[in-house]
Design a protein around this ligand. Structure first.
Ligand code: AMP
Length: 425
């Protein structure tokens, strides 16, 4: 493997004021970021983060730590391993990224760096999620020299390889399969991984990635010699066992379900016969004053038909499912983000990666077969404190799932009849 030289740095933890941060060059000081103390809330200011990180936090528009950040950051910044029960929408991505970036800046590496040898590795189940994490990392590191790279399947192998050969990598974000591929070919070496993040562990399990993840973890230093942060929306027996194997004396944190994004979502359930579903969806979309809407269905062919029919019926919509080529998915997401295509029809796996603010409506054209997906689906709206509406169709084919869903949500579900005007046409 080739080597690259970086400026030598002090081996001991440097004084923050002594660092030649990019932020300093731009005359930014912490005084430019004022957040008043507030009872019961932790400020990022209270965590003694490097100025460059604080500048990134400010640029992201964050003021106070989200509940998961307030629990995780004080521990992870001390170097503790963490097992965290947290859903999408909780702010867990920023929690682990801020901890990693702070660590990288506080303990700079002296001397040459081997190419393809990350200091922090983040493994996540889907391409969209990896891309979202890498994009958040790019944002949060923009006032630092920290190098972020991503490896995902379905994208040009050579382009990703070339990027790894250009400069060293500090934070590598990857899906399991593609990462292993790179490791096998010798383009990536995980022996010097200081921090390992396993995100959405439950999803990696349900997608059958655990053997791959196991192979990845084996290539990193042993658990006593690395920091491991494992996040999962659920902690089944299996996840608990994996967490036990992969983490060292972890601190377990979880936030109460009422703190997740879903709480800001108004949830409706409509009793709709499967015959009327499409008409109700179309009328509802036309009647709703929505900013952006995501329509979830369980099967790929259903999502494809829905996207085509909506488009034909004058509702500008795009498809996001596993059958869409990766390059196209990226463009589709960009158009959704920009508001050009305000409706996205998605399957669960693809939909997991949609981290777009301003999604006002989520439709469950079918109830999800894996009930936990319900929480993930509606978590696409009501993000970052905004409010959202989730409308779920319960038909004769899937209404039987409602009692279990009630149990999962811990509250009764009332199915409303379809308003007459939505059945017209
Ligand atoms: P995540 O759970 O990581 O998908 O994050 C959910 C959303 O919350 C993202 O849009 C983040 O940018 C946003 N977010 C994360 N931390 C904070 C914070 N402390 N304050 C406000 N928004 C945040």
């Amino acid at each position: 493997m080739q080597s690259e030289h970086t400026p030598s740095a002090s081996q001991s933890k440097p004084k923050r004021s002594a660092r030649t941060a990019k932020s300093k060059q731009q005359n930014w000081t912490l005084d430019d970021f004022v957040v008043p103390e507030e009872e019961g809330k932790l400020r990022f200011h209270d965590l003694d983060l490097p100025d460059e990180v604080m500048q990134g936090v400010q640029a992201q528009g964050y003021q106070y730590c989200s509940p998961i950040q307030a629990l995780a950051l004080p521990e992870s910044l001390q170097g503790m391993d963490i097992t965290g029960k947290a859903q999408t929408g909780s702010g867990k991505t920023a929690a682990f990224l801020i901890s990693i970036i702070t660590d990288l800046l506080d303990y700079p590496i002296q001397g040459p760096r081997r190419l393809g040898t990350p200091r922090a590795l983040i493994v996540a189940p889907t391409r969209e999620l990896v891309m979202q994490i890498a994009s958040d990392a790019d944002q949060l590191t923009r006032f630092t020299d920290v190098q972020v790279r991503q490896l995902v399947g379905g994208m040009d192998f050579e382009v990703q390889q070339k990027q790894l050969q250009k400069t060293h990598v500090d934070i590598l974000v990857a899906t399991p399969g593609r990462l292993l591929d790179f490791c096998r070919r010798g383009h990536v070496n995980l022996r010097e991984t200081e921090v390992l993040v396993l995100d959405e562990a439950d999803r990696m399990l349900s997608m059958g990635f655990i053997p791959d993840v196991r192979a990845i973890v084996r290539q990193t230093p042993k658990k006593q010699d690395r920091q491991t942060l494992l996040f999962s929306a659920t902690f089944s027996e299996q996840i608990l066992r994996l967490a036990e194997q992969w983490t060292f004396e972890p601190v377990h944190i979880e936030i109460e379900p009422e703190n997740v994004a879903a709480d800001t979502v108004e949830q409706h359930f409509l009793s709709v016969s499967s015959f009327d579903k499409y008409r109700v969806l179309l009328n509802s979309l036309k009647a709703a004053n929505f900013e952006r809407a995501i329509v979830f269905a369980n099967r790929r062919h259903v999502t494809r038909e829905l996207a085509e029919r909506l488009q034909r019926d004058g509702v500008s919509s795009a498809l996001l499912s596993g059958e869409v080529a990766q390059q196209k998915r990226v463009k589709t997401l960009e158009r959704f983000r920009s508001g050009e295509t305000p409706v996205m029809v998605a399957t669960d796996v693809a939909g997991r990666g949609i981290h777009v603010d301003g999604v006002s409506h989520v439709y469950n054209y079918d109830l999800p077969e894996e009930l936990e997906d319900y929480v993930h689906r509606i978590g696409r709206t009501g993000r970052a404190g905004a409010s959202g509406v989730a409308i779920s169709f319960a038909s004769e084919d899937d209404a039987f799932l409602l009692p279990d869903l009630e149990q999962l949500l811990g509250k009764a579900i009332t199915c409303e009849p379809v308003p007459e005007e939505l059945l017209q046409g």
